[in-house]
Design a protein around this ligand. Structure first.
Ligand SMILES: [Zn+2]
Length: 67
């Protein structure tokens, strides 16, 4: 007999979804922030100081609950 399992985004978690940007050229990264704009601003400022660092990876952390 199998048990049905579910997995869904955690709605009651005290930690919100966070966004961060990683520079794929040098490995530098922004701090995780619940506002995407903070990650976006970090990337544009990083580009200002490092004009050849033109590729980035977005990292999103979202908490899930299984039952
Ligand atoms: Zn960089």
């Amino acid at each position: 007999m199998s048990t049905t399992r579910t997995l869904r985004p955690e709605a009651e978690c005290a930690t919100p979804v966070t966004f961060a940007m990683h520079c794929t050229v040098c490995g530098a990264a922004s701090r995780p922030d619940p506002e995407f704009e903070a990650a976006h601003d970090w990337a544009t400022q990083h580009l200002d100081g490092n004009p050849t660092h033109t590729t980035y990876r977005e990292v999103i952390h979202r908490h899930w609950r299984a039952s």
